[in-house]
Design a binder for this molecule. Structure first.
Ligand SMILES: Nc1ncnc2c1ncn2[C@@H]1O[C@H](COP(=O)(O)OP(=O)(O)OP(=O)(O)O)[C@@H](O)[C@H]1O
Ligand SMILES: O=c1ccn([C@@H]2O[C@H](COP(=O)(O)O)[C@@H](O)[C@H]2O)c(=O)[nH]1
Ligand SMILES: [Mg+2]
Length: 248
């Protein structure tokens, strides 16, 4: 189980003026965070620290995010957190979080945070979130970090409509009127999030046309490389207001 510890923000330089500077910071902090530390809850017994590694999985409705996430989980051992599934579960359980029509960013982020903190894994796919800039900013403020990278499934609208309408999972939003609205919301609100992370050099864009297996053959080399970089210690979180996690 991951536990959040103290914020290290005062120790960290917010300046990201150059790639070199970022690279040096990353290596410096990776070095610092992979050493054994004293775990206060264990009476000072040394504990190995690890960092959460977060990938946002974005794309329009029906572009195949959930389908590809299942394959990534199977092949690369990630944890899949679908924001839509978490919200649907919350509504079904009739808890306080699922009652409102509009889901405020803070609630979605808290649901995601709860899953991250109670997991014994550290590699997470966050599917279908952030939906808008406000979601993105809320995530970065509450969790205290940016995603390590973003996977974007680029799919033509007619293909997305076809897939959603033939999906047979009993989703009440899988109808032509709702899909049209979801496509509009995607273009207006979600594309700016993808643009933001593209400008930061964090987006892997994948052509979502083709069979699920064909699409995964584009995804596989991306995750092979990323997982190799994680193992080698070259991939770590952004440290803006970063909070540390450790394993019990
Ligand atoms: N590459 C593909 N080719 C054809 N059909 C696909 C492909 N990928 C997924 N599908 C099918 O399309 C439908 C939508 O896929 P999926 O649920 O993975 O999309 P999604 O991006 O998660 O959608 P949403 O945003 O609505 O949750 C499913 O019925 C799935 O089996
Ligand atoms: O971060 C989120 C994610 C989803 N929603 C709402 O849930 C539905 C379904 O989401 P899927 O990703 O397609 O499963 C979506 O249309 C939103 O209404 C949300 O509010 N915030
Ligand atoms: Mg989905």
């Amino acid at each position: 189980m991951w536990r959040r510890a103290a914020s290290l923000s005062p120790l960290l330089s917010p300046s990201k003026s150059s790639l070199l500077h970022q690279g040096l910071c990353r290596l410096t902090f990776w070095g610092a965070f992979t050493t054994d530390i004293m775990h206060p809850a264990k009476g000072g017994i040394a504990s190995k620290e690890k960092l959460p590694f977060i990938t946002f999985v974005l794309g329009g409705p029906g572009s195949g995010k959930g389908t590809q996430c299942a394959k990534i989980v199977e092949t690369f051992g990630y944890i899949h957190l679908s924001a839509g599934d978490l919200l649907r579960k919350e509504i079904a359980s009739n808890s306080e979080n699922g009652k409102g029509k509009i889901v405020p960013s803070g609630i979605t982020v808290k649901l995601i945070q709860k899953e991250i903190e109670s997991s014994d894994n550290y590699k997470f796919l966050i599917d279908g979130f952030p939906r808008c800039e406000e979601n993105r900013i809320a995530f970065e403020q509450i969790i205290g970090m940016e995603p390590n990278n973003v996977l974007f499934f680029d799919c033509p609208e007619d293909e997305m409509v076809k897939r959603v309408l033939s999906r047979n999972e009993g989703r009440v939003d899988d109808n032509i009127d709702t899909i049209k609205k979801r496509l509009k919301v995607f273009s207006a609100l979600n594309l700016p999030v993808i643009k933001h992370y593209t400008e930061k050099g964090k987006v892997y864009k994948v052509n979502a046309v083709g069979s699920a297996d064909e699409v995964f053959e584009q995804v596989r080399p991306i995750f092979t490389e990323v997982c190799n970089r994680i193992s080698a210690g070259f991939e770590v979180c952004d440290y803006n207001n970063f909070k540390r996690f450790w394993m019990d």
